[in-house]
Design a protein around this ligand. Structure first.
Ligand SMILES: Nc1ncnc2c1ncn2[C@@H]1O[C@H](COP(=O)(O)OP(=O)(O)OP(=O)(O)O)[C@@H](O)[C@H]1O
Length: 226
């Protein structure tokens, strides 16, 4: 199938709250898919379901065969009393990486996410460093599909630029399909090429950047979200 993942009529209810309401989305293989929605729109719920961390109330998720999924959702799970290398070593062992490959894999991952100060303990990391390490941790299992829930939140402009560049590199050079969420369209426009707009649990529209001009995309966003 051309979509790496799609959903059919996905619904999620929390008692009386409808977090997702009949969501049918399509993420083409190779895309960088920007998921836009205000607070409480259902972005995290949708991403948790796509990552198998949670079940829908109804509806289905259709994944292309044997895809491996990596995800950073809400607070990344890092070991605060270890260094970046220590975190990666632990994760690689859990994932069954052969001992003789661990060192080179750690070097490759640190290089990929532009993380240099590797002796510091993670508890002393800045938000930007944590975000980069979380990305490296999510890449340990060589996922073909990476889900990133608001990875630019709280980063300074340089951090945003850097994480965007890493995302673009993962997509272009490593062929990873990426889903990335944000409240703000302009944060994603420099990197995404497909968009899904989620409003009050409803996927109101999907666009590919090849079928809509930037200015029309912005008009749609301002009309529906501001
Ligand atoms: N575990 C839960 N129990 C009850 N309600 C929940 C739970 N998780 C989410 N919700 C509700 O579901 C709706 C969607 O929440 P969700 O966190 O998925 O939205 P979001 O778009 O990620 O929001 P934000 O941008 O603020 O993180 C909200 O009304 C939220 O209060």
């Amino acid at each position: 199938m051309n979509d790496i993942i799609r959903t059919q009529n996905l619904c999620k209810h929390y008692k009386e709250t409808i977090a997702l309401d009949n969501v049918s989305l399509h993420i083409p293989r190779g895309a960088i898919y920007g998921l836009i929605g205000n607070n409480g729109a259902g972005k995290t719920t949708l991403m948790r379901i796509l990552s198998n961390l949670q079940s829908p109330s109804s509806g289905t998720v259709v994944k292309s065969e044997n895809i491996k999924i990596g995800a950073i959702i809400e607070t990344p799970a890092l070991y605060p009393t270890l260094s970046a290398k220590g975190n990666l070593k632990y994760q690689l062992k859990i994932c069954g990486c052969p001992s003789k490959e661990v060192k080179s894999k750690i070097a490759e991952l640190l290089e990929l996410v532009h993380l240099k100060d590797t002796r510091k303990l993670v508890m002393n990391y800045s938000l930007g460093m944590r975000q980069r390490l979380a990305l490296a941790m999510a890449l340990v299992g060589n996922p073909q599909f990476l889900i990133l829930d608001e990875p630019l939140n709280g980063l300074d402009p340089e951090g945003i630029k850097d994480v965007r560049a890493i995302i673009a590199k993962l997509n272009e050079e490593y062929g990873v399909t990426i889903m990335i969420s944000s409240h703000i369209l302009s944060e994603l426009q420099k990197v995404a090429n497909h968009y899904g707009f989620l409003k009050n649990g409803v996927l109101i529209q999907e666009f590919s950047s090849s079928e809509i001009a930037d200015t029309d995309l912005e008009t749609f966003y301002f009309k529906n979200f501001l």
